[in-house]
Design a binder for this molecule. Sequence first.
Ligand SMILES: [Zn+2]
Length: 140
Amino acid sequence: MARIDTLEVSMKKKVAALLIAAEAATKVRWVVTAGRRTMAEQEAIYAQGRTAPGKVVSNARPGSSAHNYGLAADLAPLKKNGSIWWEAPRKIWQQMADEAVKLGLTSGFYFKTIFDAPHVEDPAWRQQQALWKAGQVHVA
Ligand SMILES: [Zn+2]
């Protein structure tokens, strides 16, 4: 399944629009590098830099990331050769972030706690989190 297809329908539509808007703004193509994440996958990411090797990449415990609800995606620009351009200039990431904000999304580029330029999320995701905490929805 394509990563964008793991998202909730409302988020999928916004991310599809964002891919187009980001390309128009930056003149480079963008891809979705992460979509929905299971609780087990979130646990593994949270462990990185804490109880597992590597540097800390997330402050979110399982259930505390919009990815767990299909309401977040990570996007990255592509080089001409089709490989991911992780080292793209800050301005390129900011242009994508600003297009995300225009679409009503929150961008990790502007997070105060951890700089997460590829990340965009639906600000309403905490409503899903509240339902999950209340035991009203099952989250895989
Ligand atoms: Zn993310």
